[in-house]
Write a protein that binds this ligand. Structure first.
Ligand SMILES: [Zn+2]
Ligand SMILES: [Zn+2]
Length: 337
């Protein structure tokens, strides 16, 4: 099969003919039709995340069709009882496997599993014609979306949703960095009646206008203070200095949620900005429950996605344009029709 392979961080992916993976017990062999490109993919390529599997097939926002269900020899039972059937559409997310056994898994926090494996990072992902995935961590996807439309929801949507849920019942919600995840979560926040405050790069009036058009009550630069104090802020940009900036914009008991896997260092700030029970937290990975909740909610809003499509062999172009901030929506690789 054709795959785009990362041999070494800080080097372009190589188009290569590799052998088609074979599904083990409980795994699905999936013919990939679309795979969205996430900022985490950039962090892996740019050597900002430790210890990726190498060589690696990136991609953890995968949509495809089940072609084969792995089983033990002579066991028809498992196929009949699988959550998926041959031909089903399936979504494969970042959380690829957990041990189901550590203290985190046993307390409903499988996103923090000590032995978790991650699609397109520590196991091969979807920048390829086929992939295998543990069926227990795959999702059925809402019918209203095409493969290309739904792919960006599998990470920007799911991990964005987890970040959003951490803000509890915050009425005045700030979002720092208005990229793909922010755009999806803003739609849910507005649907749920939150007042939305959007912070962009200073001077990015075009994005501020987009945010207002979507329904934000206020939009401005990240160097500005909002028109009201915030009950919560989510930071989607990987820029550490935004943490004290967001903290400074919070009302008492407010929370700052860092939604990314990587961020530059956070500068020091006065304790007075944390005082009065303000909270800083991060969000790591996702649980299957996040996915089930999000995929039930998204079609009701309905959350709309913006995409730019690329062929599989154009993955380097997609990554380069993402890094340069030149994309108008989430890059989605379209792989098999
Ligand atoms: Zn675990
Ligand atoms: Zn991602």
């Amino acid at each position: 099969m054709r795959a785009m392979v990362l041999d070494k961080p800080a080097h372009p992916l190589q188009l290569r003919d590799v052998s088609k993976p074979r599904p083990g017990r409980g795994q699905l062999l999936v013919r990939v039709s679309a795979c969205a490109v996430c900022r985490t993919d950039l962090h892996v390529v740019d050597d900002q995340l430790p210890n990726p599997k190498l060589p690696l097939i990136l991609g953890h926002e995968i949509v495809g069709r089940v072609e084969e269900i792995g089983k033990q020899a002579n066991s028809k039972f498992e196929i009949r009882n699988s959550k998926f059937q041959i031909g089903d559409r399936v979504g494969i997310p970042w959380l690829g496997w957990t041990d189901d056994n550590c203290a985190y898994c046993r307390s409903g926090r499988e996103n923090l599993c000590d032995r978790a494996r991650f699609t397109g990072y520590t196991i091969d992902g979807g920048y390829a014609e086929y992939t295998v995935a543990d069926a227990r961590y795959c999702f059925h996807l809402p019918d209203r979306y095409t493969d290309v439309e739904v792919a960006p929801l599998l990470c920007a949507g799911l991990i964005g949703y987890r970040s959003y849920r951490k803000t509890g019942d915050a009425r005045r919600l700030g979002i720092y960095g208005f990229g793909n995840a922010a755009h999806l979560i803003a739609q849910i926040a507005l649907y749920e009646g939150r007042d939305l405050f959007v912070f962009t790069r200073p001077g990015d009036v075009a994005t501020q206008n987009d945010a207002k058009k979507l329904g934000a009550v206020w939009a401005g630069g990240s160097d500005e203070m909002p028109s009201e104090k915030l009950d919560a802020a989510i930071i989607f940009a990987s820029v550490g200095p935004l943490v004290p900036a967001a903290l400074h914009a919070l009302a008492k008991r407010g929370i700052v949620v860092c939604g990314g896997i990587h961020m530059s260092d956070i500068p020091s700030f006065p304790y007075a900005d944390l005082w009065e029970e303000r909270i800083i937290t991060s969000v790591a990975n996702l649980t299957r429950r996040d996915g089930e909740e999000f995929f039930a909610l998204a079609p009701r809003v309905p959350v709309q996605t913006k995409m730019e499509t690329f062929a599989l062999e154009e993955a380097n172009t997609a990554l380069n344009r993402f890094r340069a901030g030149e994309l108008k929506g989430t890059a989605v690789l379209t792989i098999t029709g």
